[in-house]
Design a protein around this ligand. Sequence first.
Ligand code: AMP
Ligand code: MG
Length: 268
Amino acid sequence: MAQQPLAPKSGSPVKLHNFDPEYHGDLNKKDARETEAHLEARLAELQEMLYAQGKYTLLIVLQAMDAGGKDGTIKHVFDSVNPQGVRVTSFKAPTAEELSHDFLWRVHQHTPPKGYIGIFNRSHYEDVLVVRVNKLVPPEIWKERYDHINNFERLLADSGTRILKFFLHISKEEQKERFEERLARPDKHWKFSTGDLPVREQWDEYMDAYEAVLTRCNTDYAPWHIVPSNKKWYRNFIISKTIVETLESMNLAYPDPEQGLDKVVIPD
Ligand code: AMP
Ligand code: MG
């Protein structure tokens, strides 16, 4: 497929059939892996500066169908980063307590503080994805959530948080192969749930729900990236590159040192 945008223009309607999950530009696996190693090293440096400066925040939102690579992305892209500066939150089906509040209540508690990179493995978007597809709340409720999400993300952005949202786009065939691989390997069985199969049957409904998300919640202050993810090496490369470029643009710097450090003598 010809060149395709990584980040669709804010406000333009997204049709996922225009985005090829196999796409890898003119890159090959070897070059992508090599470049990614450099990017990861740079990511580690930038993260240290973010932490030392303690002024800004980066929030990364990962959404995908099952086996789309959310866990793999976290494992690979962040393996050089100091774990102390990163907070990963995985959102599961809400508890009774969480359900007794508005849908953003549980999410807001996990937004990362200044100096940190926060990673959301699933997110508030589940409340317009699984909730919409499985009719867990009436349409008049979920339909209002796109605006609530945009306002919430605006609040975070206005408070010094850069937001990057990644949709890991795989094909239905690729999901089948990944499920089969999980079934074939005893050490991967724990990642397989028969409960994922009814979700696979709703593939088209999920794609419709994702298109609504990618169209209605793609703002300048919290842009979506549609990451072609059938090839794990391309996915990791694109996500590392996007995160590094974003951090590079954030005016990060080490804080000014105390005065007179050049005269300090450490006593014996
Ligand atoms: P996993 O990421 O495979 O551990 O699965 C987590 C499960 O929690 C998925 O089936 C999600 O669809 C589900 N989940 C996450 N957030 C919500 C939500 N707000 N409402 C309902 N189900 C959710
Ligand atoms: Mg799963």
